[in-house]
Design a protein around this ligand. Sequence first.
Ligand code: ADP
Ligand code: MG
Length: 694
Amino acid sequence: METSTSAQWEKFFNRYYLGDILALANEYPEKRSLFVDFVNIEKFDPDLAEELLMHPDRVLGVAEAALQSFDLPIEKTLSAAHLRIMDIPQKVPIRDLRSEHISKLIAIDGLVRMATEVRPRIRIAAFECGGCGETMFITQPSGRFIEPYLCKNSECGRKGSFKVNLTESEFVDAQKLRVQESPEDLRGGEQPQTLDINIDDDLAGIVSPGGRVITTGILRSYQRITREGKSTFFDIILDTVSIEMRDKEFKELEITPEEEKEIIELSKDPEIYKTFVKSIAPSIYGYEDVKEALALQLMSGIPKNLPDGARIRGDVHVLLVGDPGIAKSQLLRYIVKLAPRGIYTSGRSSSAAGLTAAAVRDEFGDGRWTLEAGALVLADQGIAAVDEMDKMRAEDRSAIHEAMEQQTVSIAKAGIMATLKSRCSLLGAANPKYGRFDPYEGIAQQIQMAPALLSRFDLIFVLKDEPDIGRDTAIASHILGAHHAGELHAHKTHISGSGITDTDIKDAMEIINPKIMPDILRKYIAYAKKEIYPIIDDEARNQLIEFYLGLRRQGEDRDSPVPVTARQLEALVRLCEASARIRLSNEITTDDSRRVIRVVESCLRQVAFDAETGKFDVDILTTGVSKSQRDKIKTLRNIIREIEAEHSGMAPKEEVFTRAAEQGFEKEYVDELIKRLKTQGELYEPTPEHVRLT
Ligand code: ADP
Ligand code: MG
């Protein structure tokens, strides 16, 4: 086997990196790294490149020594410079790391989930012999501390004790990261695996959780220690040679020219919008309006950076509230599969970071504080599907406002101060507190989310599980049809000579087969998000303004509630942009605005429509009671209070009905209001004939 030599590397540096080395020498020692493209080594000498991959410790040792003693035209030596190899060809997915990779130079692609504080690590420890005072230097690996066994002074030769002399020792900055597989590398719904990474010196402290990195390094293994002693199993960790941030240009899904042609062909279909919506979760029956909203969310609007430094999000946030067992979770999982980059998590996730971020102590067993990114940070530039959002942690409840609107997560704890990016769309699902949705109570209370938080969602849907024979039959046959197709498929796969043909299966699958298959739909979305930046035309703009003003006008009379806020206007714009993107069109027309107005209206109708006045009223969203209803309740309470005063504290119901009728309240309506006041604990019935306010 050949061995690389110092002379060889010198020649290489001279041929390819002379300019870079001179530039580095100018800024040395503030800058200490020479970044070398692997391709150049390969061009220079393929055998050397191969040897570097197979025996990185030895080869890098020689190469780095050659760099450190490089003959410079100025009076300087690069005695502590690092050689950082970049862009090696073989990236190993974290889940495919095997024992064959140990001690090899490999590259890992992933998402930083946790990062510790940067702290000094002893690199060369100076030991002083307690017996003779001899000093010994021992280079320390980035793991367990190595102490001398014997004093090297032959006249002494004692076994200790040895004291570490800190002033004589040498330290470097060090940091640990935990990197997990990127969501775009996971095939729908897989749980990501992680790898721990050591970073040294000038590379420490440059990445933060949520960042995307390519790390090149040498894979190490170390023995697991269990309570019973040393185990035969080893854990792995990567010692970094170079780390490259990929924050801006994240890895795109690869779209081949043929696929691009197919995508453009699809977009020419005049019915593409419908086809697109229909291709979302076809195995779930109904919910056309929800699926339409999810289609728009997958596309999302365009984030805008304004000249004054402000940023407006383009991401569309959607919330699904509703009874259990109506396919909310199923929809979420489906969207994560379709999104070019999606993360599925539950509000009561097991990780300390929850939905936003957390500073945790001792995660790596070394007492350091670690900043851990939560779901919304990890989903940066993608979609975060958060199930059971009603059960999120108290810390998330307050931090999520910032995460949704400013799309950052700030954390200041234990000396860690950081602002992480969370530029993602949020798709939330929430179950009402008492299992079932109560139309008489506010959504905010039922899912324990503050009104201010709810107002940050562009669209909220309330899904009710109301028995309806027509719909139930359809759902039943749909679900059974899907199961039947699955059964046929399983039967044919496992039982030979079943007589089931592919056509049988194809026919059975018909009802659940999407028009556009998920693989290509995913690429369609990625393509649109990358290539399409629609601009609104005048007519569509006027339509949006008119719709918005119409909603606001309902709040004009002094008595009526403020129905809709400017947030809804921004939502309209975002949704229009998404709608045009579905058509791969760079122009927003009235087709888009009309469609979006319909979606927003149907959503407002569900959550904020006061049937009594025929007006939209966001108060319903927050308190469950429209203003008109609240006024009536107030009137009724006053009536009861008056009667109580006249009847020494107990108001006869008959009297209440009579006097309420004088105010124009029907008896049934009064009855219903009394029931509501009772369930809310504002009133009780001391006898079946009397009521009393609490
Ligand atoms: P949730 O999260 O709302 O409590 P799930 O997503 O767990 O409900 O759904 C429960 C099951 O019922 C799933 O297997 C789902 O596929 C099925 N289901 C419920 N409603 C529908 C529907 N409309 N179409 C198809 N399947 C449905
Ligand atoms: Mg669920």
